[in-house]
Design a protein around this ligand. Structure first.
Ligand SMILES: Nc1ncnc2c1ncn2[C@@H]1O[C@H](COP(=O)(O)OP(=O)(O)OP(=O)(O)O)[C@@H](O)[C@H]1O
Length: 287
């Protein structure tokens, strides 16, 4: 890992909700985090804490109301058209749902060729590269001729990963990319992410509500609570001896096989007093 790739400073995002109030509601209250080249930063927090909003803002899909996002030292909001196109190649995304993220009427070959042709590859080069990409994600070469519906959820997520790595990005925003998969498929797809990173040096901003997943894949973990980052540190430290009571609560919420231990954890969890996250409490805070 060398140098900072993504530098998010004091990021604020506010949404205007139709038919609710005229005032925008702030959902990110000044978030600062960075991702180094080749690093995986896990972003964890309960539903509604603002994880996806951070990812979407980094991807340029949401406009911040304050703060800055720098990629390789350049402010994303101030890029010209050509630099923006280059950035679109450098930052890719893998979404949660492998069923809706792939165009059902395109063959896998066409899905993977698209980003290569945009980059200026010839049809012949693109075909060769598609074979390499399929091999890299553990799919057979004949997958190129088939449609998304012919693949399982785990295989579709492999296709989505192949599409994300096709333009050789520096950073991939992974938004709950294994949450829709069963446990054994999750483990295999996580290992694929790790393997790709070892080979290509791509960094990940890895969003998940699941601490076990984040611990497995991340170098560092950032914990988001109601739009604020409450703790950031090495994955092993944050997920075993966390500083913040919210992170302790998240840890205790993870299910364990032993029912006695599970009961103990539930009791312990109740003793940590924190307000629950729900849309209403976020609205109150923002409003
Ligand atoms: N486009 C939008 N317009 C209005 N409010 C939004 C919009 N996108 C997100 N929000 C609100 O912002 C808050 C954070 O949402 P976000 O999806 O970022 O949370 P999350 O931590 O990713 O949750 P989940 O794990 O359930 O996806 C929520 O209260 C959500 O309702």
């Amino acid at each position: 890992m060398t140098g900072t790739l993504l530098d998010v400073t004091d990021l604020r995002v506010a949404f205007r909700r139709r038919g609710f109030r005229a005032q925008p509601i702030e959902v990110l209250h000044g978030v600062s985090l960075h991702v180094g080249a080749g690093e995986t930063v896990g972003l964890v927090g309960e539903s509604g804490s603002g994880k996806t909003t951070i990812g979407r803002t980094v991807l340029g899909l949401v406009k911040p109301s304050g703060g800055s996002i720098r990629f390789e030292g350049r402010e994303i909001g101030r890029l010209g058209a050509r630099e923006r196109r280059a950035l679109a190649k450098d930052i890719q995304v893998v979404f949660q749902d492998p069923y809706s993220s792939l165009n059902p009427s395109m063959t896998i070959g066409a899905i993977l060729t698209e980003p290569l042709v945009v980059q200026g590859a010839t049809a012949r080069d693109a075909r060769a590269r598609v074979r390499t990409l399929l091999d890299q994600v553990g799919l057979p070469a004949d997958a190129a001729e088939r449609l998304p519906r012919e693949f399982s959820g785990g295989q579709r997520q492999r296709i989505a990963i192949a599409r994300a790595i096709a333009p050789q990005p520096r950073l991939i925003v992974c938004d709950e990319p294994v949450s829709a998969l069963d446990l054994s498929t999750q483990a295999r797809v996580l290992d694929l992410f790790i393997d790709i990173q070892r080979r290509t040096g791509t960094a990940y901003l890895f969003i998940s509500h699941d601490l076990a997943v984040v611990r497995h894949i991340s170098h560092r973990v950032a914990v988001l609570y109601r739009g604020d980052l409450v703790e950031t540190g090495p994955a092993a430290t944050v997920t075993s001896t966390p500083d913040h009571p919210y992170t302790r609560k998240l840890l205790l919420a993870a299910p364990v096989a032993d029912p006695i231990e599970q009961h103990k954890r539930r009791k312990e969890r109740r003793l940590i007093s924190l307000p629950l996250i729900d849309a209403e409490s976020l609205d109150r805070r923002g409003g």
